[in-house]
Design a binder for this molecule. Structure first.
Ligand code: NAD
Length: 493
C-alpha cells in the first residue's frame, strides 16, 4: 500500500529520543505549563515527536541559570586556553558523531544525507576555529610617550540570547555557540521550531566535553512565545539572530527599549552574474549547485541568474537540461541531491511561487512535484527564464529549489539588475576579465562576493549582509568583538 511504501522510505534513525525537552541548568526539563508542539518529518508530514513548547516562564528559568553561571560560575573567568580546550573537545565529539548527527538532521529537516554530513563537519570546524582564535586574541595598547598608556580590557558581556532558523540548524547554532562560549559568555539557545531534533544533542556533547553547568541552556518553542520572551528579557544584553528579514525587524523593535546588542543574519536574493566571456561549464555547474544544494533552503542561494545576451540562449538551454538531471530523492538516500522541503507550510509557500512563476516567466525545467513523489514536501528543481526585474519571483526570497534567469547587455545594466532588490547578502560573478570582476565585485551591493567560485567560506572573513540582509558582520575577530565589551583603561604616566 501507499502507507507501506511511505514508511519504508521513512528510515527513522536509530536512537531517536522519545521527546524533545528543554535543557536548563544542567537538567532536561519540560515546560512549566506542560505544553508541547508537534514536530513533523518532511517525507510523510506525520508527527514523529513532540517538543516542549517554551514560554516566558521557561525563558526566565533558563536566563536565571545562565545569569548565575555567568556571575558565580568559573566559565567567564577561565583562561582562554582552558575554554579553548573545552571547545576543542566539543569539536572532537561532534566529529566522532558526524554520521549520527547527519542522520538526525536529515530526518528532521529533509536535507540530503550527504549534505547534512558536510554540515555536521562544518559545525565541528566552527568550534575548532573559535577555540584557536580565542587563544590567539590580542588586544590593543596605545602609548602617548611620557604622558599616558591606554589599553583595552576585553570582557564577556553576560547572557547571550541565540535564535536560529531551520535551515542547516545544527551548523548555524554552532556558528553562534562557538564564539559566544569561547569569549566566556553563558547562553540561552532558542532553536527553530520546525527542526528541534539536532539541537537536543548539544547538552550531551557539552556535558561530555566538560562545559560547566548552567553555561549552556536550551529552550524550545515557537518564535512568538519563547523567542519573543528571550528578546524581551532584561538580563539578556545581546541577541544574535539568524532568520527572515521580517522577523529581524520585529526583534529589532522589541530589543530597542533595552538597547541590546544585535547581530542579524537575514534573508537574501543573491545574484549570480554570468558574462559572455565566462567559463560556461564552470558557471553552469556552480550556479546549479548555488541554488539547488541544501534544497535551495540556503540564505546565500544564487537564486537570480543574470546572463549576458550573447550566451543567454545557450546558457538557458544547457542550464535547464542540467537542472532536470539534479536527482530529487529521499533525504536518507546517499544519491539524493535535492531532498524534501522542511515543512508543509514552507512547501506550500514555495509551490505558490512556482505557480506564480508560470505567469511571470518562461518555465524551462521543473514546475511542481517531481514524478514518483505524490506525497511529502518534494519540489522538482524549477527554472524560469526571461524573468523581468519587477517580477515577484525576481524580488522575493523563495528559499527553495527555484531560480529566475534574466538577460542583460552591458556591465552597467548587469550591476543595476544585481542591485535591484531590497536584499544584499551574496553575489557570484563569472567572467574571465580580471578588471571587470574586481570592479563589479566592489560595486555590487552584497556583503559577500564570490568571483568564479563556488560558495566556500574562509571562517576568518566577514560574514553578513547589507541592506535588508543583515545588521553587523560576524566571522573571525568580528564574532569575538560582538560577544565582548572592549573597555578602555587609561593611565597617566
Ligand atoms: P524565521 O525568521 O521565521 O525564524 C527564525 C527564528 O526566529 C526561529 O527560531 C523562530 O522561532 C524565531 N522567531 C520567530 N519570530 C520571532 C519573534 N517574534 N521573536 C523572537 N524570535 C522569533 O526564519 P526561518 O524561516 O526559520 O529561516 C529562514 C530564513 O532565515 C530565510 O529568510 C533565510 O534567508 C534566513 N537565513 C539567513 C542566514 C544568514 O546568515 N543571512 C542564514 C540562514 C538563514
Amino acid at each position: 500500500t501507499d502507507t507501506d511504501t511511505r514508511l519504508a522510505h521513512r528510515a527513522a534513525p536509530e536512537n531517536l529520543p522519545s521527546a524533545i525537552r528543554h535543557y536548563i541548568d544542567g537538567e532536561f526539563v519540560d515546560s512549566a505549563d506542560g505544553d508541547t508542539f508537534d514536530v513533523l518529518d518532511p517525507v510523510t508530514n506525520e508527527t514523529y515527536i513532540r517538543a516542549a513548547a517554551g514560554k516566558q516562564a521557561d525563558i526566565e528559568r533558563a536566563v536565571a541559570a545562565a545569569r548565575r553561571a555567568f556571575t558565580e560560575g568559573p566559565w567567564p573567568k577561565m583562561l582562554p586556553r582552558e575554554r579553548s580546550r573545552v571547545l576543542h573537545r566539543i569539536a572532537d565529539i561532534v566529529e566522532s558523531r558526524d554520521q549520527q548527527l547527519a542522520e538526525l538532521e536529515s530526518y528532521d529537516s529533509g536535507l540530503p544525507i550527504t549534505q547534512a554530513l558536510g554540515q555536521a563537519r562544518r559545525a565541528a570546524e566552527n568550534f575548532r576555529f573559535f577555540a584557536d582564535l580565542i587563544v590567539a586574541q590580542a588586544d590593543d595598547t596605545f602609548k602617548v610617550p611620557g604622558r599616558q598608556i591606554n589599553y583595552v580590557n576585553r570582557k564577556p558581556i553576560g547572557v547571550a540570547g541565540l535564535i536560529t532558523p531551520w535551515n542547516t540548524p545544527f551548523m548555524l547554532e554552532s556558528w553562534k555557540l562557538g564564539p559566544a562560549l569561547a569569549t566566556g559568555n553563558t547562553v540561552v539557545l532558542k532553536p527553530a521550531e520546525f527542526t528541534p531534533l539536532s539541537a537536543s544533542l548539544w547538552p550531551g556533547i557539552f556535558e561530555e566535553a566538560g562545559l560547566p553547568q548552567g553555561v549552556f541552556n536550551l529552550v524550545n518553542g515557537l518564535g512568538e512565545d519563547a523567542g519573543d520572551a528571550l528578546v524581551k528579557h532584561p538580563d539578556v544584553p545581546l541577541i544574535s539572530f539568524t532568520g527572515e528579514s521580517r522577523t529581524g525587524q520585529i526583534i529589532f523593535g522589541n530589543a530597542a527599549p533595552f538597547l541590546k546588542g544585535l547581530s542579524m543574519e537575514l534573508g537574501g536574493k543573491s545574484p549570480a552574474v554570468v558574462f559572455a566571456d565566462a567559463d560556461l561549464d564552470a558557471a553552469i555547474d556552480a550556479t546549479i549547485f548555488g541554488v539547488f544544494s541544501l534544497n535551495g533552503e540556503r540564505c546565500t542561494a544564487g537564486s537570480r541568474i543574470l546572463v549576458q545576451r550573447e550566451v543567454y540562449d545557450e546558457f538557458v538551454s544547457r542550464y535547464a537540461e542540467q537542472a532536470k538531471r539534479v536527482k530529487v530523492g529521499y533525504p536518507h538516500d546517499p544519491a539524493t541531491e535535492v531532498g524534501a522541503l522542511v515543512h508543509p507550510e514552507h512547501f506550500e509557500k514555495v509551490m505558490s511561487y512556482v505557480e506564480l512563476g508560470k505567469t511571470e516567466g518562461r518555465l524551462v525545467a521543473g514546475g511542481g512535484r517531481p514524478e514518483g513523489f505524490p506525497e511529502g514536501n518534494f519540489v522538482a528543481p524549477t527554472v524560469f527564464a526571461d524573468v523581468k526585474p519587477d517580477a515577484r519571483i525576481f524580488q522575493e526570497e523563495i528559499f527553495g529549489p527555484v531560480v529566475a534567469i534574466t538577460p542583460f547587455d552591458t556591465d552597467d545594466e548587469a550591476l543595476a539588475l544585481a542591485n535591484n532588490t531590497k536584499y544584499g547578502l551574496a553575489a557570484y560573478i563569472w567572467t574571465n576579465d580580471l578588471k571587470r570582476a574586481h570592479n563589479f565585485a566592489q560595486a555590487v551591493e552584497a556583503g559577500m562576493v564570490w568571483l568564479n567560485s563556488n560558495n566556500v567560506r574562509d571562517l576568518r572573513t566577514p560574514f553578513g549582509g547589507v541592506k535588508a540582509s543583515g545588521l553587523g558582520h560576524e566571522g573571525g575577530y568580528r564574532s569575538i568583538d560582538f560577544y565582548t565589551d572592549q573597555q578602555a583603561v587609561h593611565i597617566t604616566l
